[in-house]
Design a protein around this ligand. Sequence first.
Ligand SMILES: [Zn+2]
Length: 186
Amino acid sequence: MGTSENKNYLNKRLLKLNVGFLLSEGPGNSREMPIDIPERVQVDEDLYLESVTGQLFLTRTKEGILAQGTLQVANIRECDRCLDEFVHTFDVPVEELFAHPANPQISVFSVDSTGQINLGPLVREEVLIEESYRVICREDCRGLSAASGVNLNHEAEPQPEDDGINADDLIDPRMAVLKQLLDDKK
Ligand SMILES: [Zn+2]
């Protein structure tokens, strides 16, 4: 695996960008920075994402580094209809000033002492918002059977006379979740 020099600005284990080179240039200088992390990455202490890609435009200003652009983030979610886990990909818009030197009155974010900016906390906020919305694994997800609780994407409705199982025995805690979802829609 080659370590091409122009890719070294990106820390692929954490969502950090080295912007030291841009700091040493004067205000008004800018750089296009591709973000390419196609594998699992730790975004924050308690948050992992399956991939983070996109393009950021960094501008050196008097106050620090202005980061603008859009990231495509892949997060593991549970389908609200069938409860299966799946990878949900969505856009995270970025428009943030990283103060240099740190200045809480200008921005809660800043360039750290090693010349890096950490996109983690910023992405984390957007992911928490995304996680507050319901998502379904696919448009035609069939969900769980109201009668038996089986995932209708994977199997057909069991026929009681075929397997002899009492339908009441098949109701599991997931049914409560489904019922809640149905009730919410009313
Ligand atoms: Zn589903």
